[in-house]
Design a protein around this ligand. Structure first.
Ligand code: GDP
Length: 440
């Protein structure tokens, strides 16, 4: 996420971080580089200029040059300003209606339908809601089908009316249906066009007026940079929406949209989409995003994601197995599945402070566990629970079966053995000592 911008900002701030003596000249140089980095990330010229002016004013106000660690203070000022620019505090979603009505707007291809599904899934699993999805794209039967597929995937009902060409009517009927059937959130997915056109704007404006949503959300593809900002402006002028959803932040996006959109439309970014899967949705935290952009990682989100996957019951069972020396490859496989649920590897690595930069040239496979899983799947159940019984002949067979080499099989077995020993140690007195040594 925002690799290029992070790298450039890091270089810009490096001048200060490394300098023994900081002068007005190198503060100015740094800010010039910061501005260039923002422009390269497709941040609007005026916003980039205002940004550096503000940081400069603060730097003068706080007497950066006379502080003990001027470099660090400058990084902090840049971070604070970035956070402010992206909205300051986190903005939640308004769920006060009964039912809560959420209207989705945006261009075709922005990720509206996908996000409608993600939001329904999020509200169902994290907020204990009973959502209803509504297909209001009256022009493209394929879009209606797509929403049905999504709904099925997440176990959420989808309301649609075949043949009805009146979006306002469908939305109103859906709300009646929701009230009569105990749904407490209604998410209305509307038709988008490839570009802004009057007919589409009128239609969504009519739906908006008729159903009076509690939340009108504007979905935009972050890969479209400045265009995203312009589209946001056009939609906001008509709908006065409540929040922005930035999708496709998992791709090679430069960051301009994330940084500029708030100050152009003065509406907060509420959620981000970070992948095609239904779980790839995150609440947008400006300060965490600023940390990530500045290569400081995002440990809080990482821990939260780990906690979401943490199952106390499972953990207890696992502990017992480790204590009894029964931890086998099947348990290992289950652990891998849990880690995979946390998100794609590249995304996770980006949350570790400094790791993004350190590993920037390392190709991180989307499915980093592919080989490991293949090897384990090629083992018999007996071998999985007692890896010590795997001899050379069996190793060869496993390598062949998994399409890997005997070296890879050996490596995994060795790693597994070391890991098992380590886990055993952590359980006993040695583990406690180790924890104490580490300050735990
Ligand atoms: P709509 O026309 O606005 O409803 O857009 P869709 O929901 O059909 O999405 C368009 C394409 O973008 C689909 O191929 C989605 O799988 C993909 N997509 C949506 N959100 C994301 C995201 O956050 N990351 C990635 N990588 N792809 C996404």
């Amino acid at each position: 996420m925002f690799d290029n911008l992070s790298e450039k900002l890091d270089k810009a701030l490096h001048i200060l971080k490394g300098h023994g003596k900081i002068t007005e000249v190198n503060v100015a140089d740094t800010l010039k580089e910061v501005r260039r980095a923002l422009l390269d990330a497709d941040v609007n010229f005026k916003i980039a200029k205002d940004f550096t002016t503000k940081v400069k004013e603060k730097a003068i106000g706080e007497n950066v040059l006379t502080t003990l660690q001027p470099g660090q203070l400058m990084v902090k000022l840049v971070k604070d300003e970035l956070t402010e620019l992206m909205g300051g505090d986190v903005s939640g979603i308004n769920l006060s209606g009964n039912p809560t009505i959420i209207l989705m707007s945006g261009l075709q291809g922005s990720g509206k339908t996908t996000f409608s599904g993600k939001l329904a899934n999020y509200l169902k699993t994290k907020k204990n809601k009973k959502p209803l999805l509504v297909a209001c794209d009256i022009y493209r039967p394929a879009a209606i089908n797509q929403l049905h597929v999504v709904g099925e995937q997440i176990g959420v009902e989808v309301y649609s009316e075949e043949g009805n060409k009146n979006a306002v009517e469908i939305a109103q009927n859906a709300i009646k249906h929701a009230k009569a059937n105990g749904f407490n959130v209604v998410i209305v997915d509307t038709a988008g066009r490839l570009a802004i056109d009057e007919e589409m704007m009128n239609e969504i404006a009519n739906v908006h007026k008729a159903i009076e949503p509690n939340e009108t959300l504007f979905v935009v593809d972050s890969m479209t940079g400045q265009d995203a900002v312009n589209t946001a402006k056009a939609f906001n002028d008509r709908l006065d929406f409540d929040g922005v959803i930035l999708t496709k932040l998992d791709g090679d996006t430069r960051g301009g949209a994330a940084i500029s959109i708030k100050s152009v439309v003065n509406k907060p970014i509420k959620f981000i989409g970070t992948g095609e899967k239904m779980e790839a949705i995150d609440v947008f935290y400006p300060s965490r995003m600023a940390d990530r952009i500045l290569g400081m990682g995002d440990v809080v989100s990482l821990v939260e994601r780990a906690q979401e996957q943490y199952d106390e019951e499972e953990a207890r069972k696992l502990q017992k197995k480790i204590a009894k020396n029964e931890f086998g490859f099947d348990d290992f496989l289950a652990q891998i599945q849990q880690v995979k649920k946390m998100g794609n590897m590249k995304d996770l690595v980006g949350m570790i402070p400094g790791a993004g930069k350190a590993l920037k040239d390392v190709e991180i496979e989307d499915d980093a566990f592919k080989h490991i899983e293949a090897i384990i799947y090629s083992m018999t159940p007996g071998e999985r629970s007692k890896p010590a019984t795997i001899d050379v002949k069996r190793k060869n067979r496993i390598a062949k079966g998994s399409g890997t080499s005997i070296q890879q099989v050996n490596q995994l077995l060795k790693q597994f053995e070391q890991m098992s020993k380590m886990m055993k140690m952590m359980q006993g007195g040695a583990g406690k000592n180790l924890m104490r040594m580490m300050g735990g």
